[in-house]
Design a protein around this ligand. Structure first.
Ligand code: KIV
Ligand code: ZN
Length: 510
């Protein structure tokens, strides 16, 4: 029985792989999603929403693979209130240790009239019927009232009561368009619990979008109101302005535990690592001043602050970097550092790797240390995130390249690469050295129609010898493939990133 004033454990429902992936430019391939699943389980989220199985064959396959992989978390698939959607969702999650079907229908006047073209009675009947049908397949059912915060109270109460009686075990209250304010959100949850006593016997949940920048504030207000589950995304990614950020909700609850009087099951020391992984697989970046995981979140620039923190960290730090898995820089790593120190730093940065992978990264670290005096944490993270463990066995592998570029001649690139065991050399021209190199790689790969959709270069570490991260998105045969790589040489990083994306395309072709 849910009693909002007593101490509760809030379930964390992560929808990075569903709502997060719906945000423009955040699509992930299956390998990416499995990597994120692993990290979400290490973070100990309670529920992973793996996708929307009926939306495409690709989504169906990812939900199925995530369901098979997850060891502890509940795995949910979204479904509209349609029998075909529900069947597809069940087919995708049924092998999970803890499967859940998440059905939804819109309940606001504007959505019912203009989108669904249904009367409230029809929406009610559909909601209840679909919940009953879902119950014949799966015991764990979440029901969402889409656009709930713009719905009418009596109708909300009617639907919540109806779907609970039909078998829903979680009822989710979404602020679909990010319209609510914290006071309204708290009042809405309290009103539901007061007017529908049945809602105290199940998990009541919230799902807040961030259109007015209030996603996290509204989620915390919903917790004050009495929800027992919050839905959120790592780094706050998601439709439009995103979903409430997981790391901000969790750290607010932890840091202000005495105020909220709730716990979560989250291992907060995994936050930094999962945040980095989501950035890498989606190609999205985090603003430097973003709470918790932004580059500056724990950086004290002002002298007076630095002085205070040195005297006592609590002067300006309400939480420690270590609590999110971000170690303070203790030892400088360079060419004389040994494997033990390197392995320890990897662990501190959230990379728990097997011996072979550590060995491979250590070799790369030594190569880098030969080029740079000091290897920073950002350098190591870049290596760990971008050194492709499968690179040595992939179809397309770079052997060497050389570029000739100036402002008076057409840039020329000569690339030599392996395609399986065959060494192929190609000379191409282009608008610039990167463009010329990509043209050469494309010809070597035998993918002349591959089209570059997105290309981004960023310095991920500091100084003249900074490592540069290249991210590419390539379209081939109607599908998109991502690649990323780092190097102190921008052309090399670009070519390696491009090769990685083309390898995904080649893999699928095979
Ligand atoms: O924002 C929303 O309303 C949703 C529902 C499908 C839960 O994502
Ligand atoms: Zn949403």
């Amino acid at each position: 029985m849910n009693n909002p004033s007593s101490h509760r454990t809030i379930k964390i429902f992560d929808t990075t792989l569903r709502d997060g992936e719906q945000s423009p430019g955040c699509s992930m391939n299956l390998a990416d999603k499995l990597l994120v699943t692993e990290q979400l389980e290490a973070l100990r989220v309670d529920v992973i929403e793996a996708g929307f199985a009926a939306s495409s064959d690709g989504d169906f396959e990812s939900v199925r693979a995530i369901a098979a992989k997850a060891k502890t978390a509940t795995v949910a698939s979204l479904a509209r209130c349609r029998k075909a959607d529900i069947d597809r969702a069940w087919e995708a999650v049924k092998e999970a240790k803890h499967p859940r079907i998440h059905i939804f229908i819109a309940t606001s006047p504007i959505h019912m009239e203009c989108k669904l073209r249904m009367t409230p009675d029809q929406v009610y009947e559909t909601a209840v019927e679909c919940t009953r049908y879902t119950k014949t397949l799966c015991s764990d059912i979440e029901f969402s009232l889409e656009d709930c915060t713009r719905s009418e109270r009596p109708f909300i109460y009617r639907i919540v009561k109806g779907v609970i009686e039909a078998g829903a075990t979680t009822v989710n209250i979404p602020d679909t368009v990010g319209f609510s304010t914290p006071e309204e959100m708290c009042a809405l949850i309290r009103d539901i619990l007061e007017n529908v006593p049945e809602a105290r016997t199940i998990d009541l949940s919230c799902h807040c979008h961030n259109d007015l920048g209030l996603g996290v504030a509204n989620s915390l207000a919903a917790i004050r109101g009495g929800v027992t589950q919050v839905e959120c995304c790592v780094n706050g990614i998601g439709e439009r302005a995103g979903n409430a950020a997981l790391e901000e909700i969790v750290m607010a609850l932890k840091t202000r535990q005495a105020f909220y009087n709730v716990d979560t099951n989250i291992d907060t020391t995994k936050i930094y690592s999962v945040s980095k992984t989501v950035c890498n697989v989606t190609g999205s970046r985090i603003q430097a001043n973003k709470a918790i995981v932004g580059e500056n979140a724990f950086a004290h620039e002002a002298g007076i602050h630095q002085h205070g923190v040195l005297a006592n960290p609590l002067t300006y730090e309400i939480m420690t970097p270590e609590s999110i898995g971000l170690p303070r820089n203790k030892m400088v790593l360079g060419k004389h550092s040994g494997k033990h120190a390197f392995t320890q730093r990897l662990e501190d940065l959230g990379f728990h790797l097997d011996e072979n992978r550590i060995e491979e990264l250590f070799t790369k670290f030594k190569e880098l240390a030969d080029r740079k005096k000091v290897v920073s944490d950002a350098d190591i993270e870049a290596l760990a995130h971008h050194t492709n463990p499968k690179a040595a066995t992939q179809t397309l592998r770079l052997d060497r390249f050389s570029v000739l570029a100036s402002d008076v001649i057409t840039p020329v690139s000569t690339v030599r690469a392996y395609v399986n065991d065959k060494l192929i050399e190609q000379v191409s021209t282009g608008d610039g050295p990167v463009n010329a190199s990509f043209a050469a790689v494309r010809m070597i790969a035998g993918l002349p129609n591959a089209r570059l959709e997105h290309y981004n270069l960023t310095a991920v570490t500091e100084g003249m010898d900074a490592q540069c991260e290249a991210m590419v998105k390539v379209e081939n045969g109607g599908r998109s493939y991502r690649g990323s790589a780092v190097s102190t040489d921008v052309i090399e990083a670009s070519i390696q990133a491009y090769i990685q994306a083309l390898n995904f395309a080649l893999e699928e072709k095979e």
